[in-house]
Design a protein around this ligand. Structure first.
Ligand code: NCD
Length: 313
């Protein structure tokens, strides 16, 4: 990343720790406080327009980017099912779509691609900033930043934490991006908790080794739960499985027993959506004090406002 100014947001490893702590989080804090106290928000982006180009389904990421841009005074255009309703269906390449959006005078593109590397491909021809809002099973850097901000706000620090990343680690992009970000901090230990066929990919394990970050692989949340400060659950990414009816009966879910094992200060996170069939975080635990899923959603708004302001104003 350039020291002076952020342009594209493509992958979690591009950020450095001091930028996250000294620039991004303080800016997100400012917006959080303004919103919490109903203060007027300066329309930093009043002459800007943001294009949301989504080739895969989304609720939180799309709506939070949209609201973040609008709260800062920008215009927003959104194509929420670009796979079906854009010229992609007529065979247009992603590069041409991006060239078109640039030519129309938009200030930035937030893209959720159905191809791994899609955001980087877009950036390769874009004259305007590209923000990766998830590229298939690749990365989801803005989610990782909001997850990190949530952990920081809830635990008061990141250094020294023990974090369990749980569920479908093979196809989930949020845990990949979060793993990259966690390597920026000291004395972190990551527990990858997943059945064998859904374990974290080797490229991430290699990266952790290179950065000398301690990790352990396990298939039992009950075993790991009492040891950690953060439990980060994920759903089964059924849309990326060849066999859509794959049944996984594994100890990677929250239930009474697991909750009874965790420390009272341990927090439970999930990027959402949680899956009611797999039931990794049952509805009945939504209001448990340790469950921070909607704090994550709120962090998403503040972090995305901060990113848009830092990139565009
Ligand atoms: C996640 C995503 O899209 O990767 N959702 C999100 O952005 N909050 C998680 C998921 O789909 O499982």
């Amino acid at each position: 990343m350039k020291k002076d100014r952020l342009f594209h947001v493509l992958e979690a490893q591009q950020f450095d720790r001091s930028w996250i702590e000294k620039i991004l989080f303080p800016q997100a804090d400012k917006f959080r406080k303004q919103i919490e106290t109903n203060k007027k928000i300066t329309p930093y982006l009043k002459d800007k327009s943001i294009c949301l180009l989504f080739y895969e389904p989304s609720t939180r990421t799309r709506l939070s980017f949209q609201n973040a841009a609008m709260l800062l005074g920008a215009n927003v255009a959104a194509t929420e099912n670009a796979k079906e309703f854009s010229s992609a269906v007529k065979g247009e390449s992603l590069k041409d779509t991006i060239r078109t959006i640039s030519s129309l005078g938009y200030s930035a593109v937030v893209i959720r691609s159905d191809q791994e590397g899609g955001a980087s491909e877009a950036a390769s021809v874009a004259k305007i900033p590209i923000l990766n809002a998830g590229d298939a099973a690749g990365q989801h850097p803005t989610q990782a930043l909001l997850d990190l901000y949530t952990i920081y706000r809830q635990k008061g620090k990141i250094d020294g934490l023990k974090i369990a990343l749980v569920g479908d680690l093979k196809f989930g992009r949020t845990t990949r991006s979060l793993s990259y970000l966690l390597t920026k901090f000291k004395k972190i230990k990551i527990y990858f908790v997943a059945p064998k066929q859904f374990q974290m990919s080797q490229d991430i394990l290699d990266f952790l080794k290179e950065k000398v970050v301690e990790y352990e692989q396990n298939d039992s949340l009950s075993k790991v739960a009492p040891l950690v400060d953060v439990i980060y659950l994920t759903r089964l990414q059924t849309e990326r499985l060849k066999d859509k009816n794959t049944k996984v009966n594994a100890d990677v879910k929250i239930n009474e027993k697991v909750l009874s094992l965790i420390n009272k200060n341990t927090i439970v996170m999930h990027p959402l959506p949680r899956n009611s069939a797999f039931n990794e975080l049952p509805e009945e635990f939504t209001d448990d004090k340790r469950v921070k899923i909607f704090e994550q959603v709120q962090s998403g708004l503040y972090i995305r406002m901060a990113l848009l302001k830092l990139i565009l104003s």
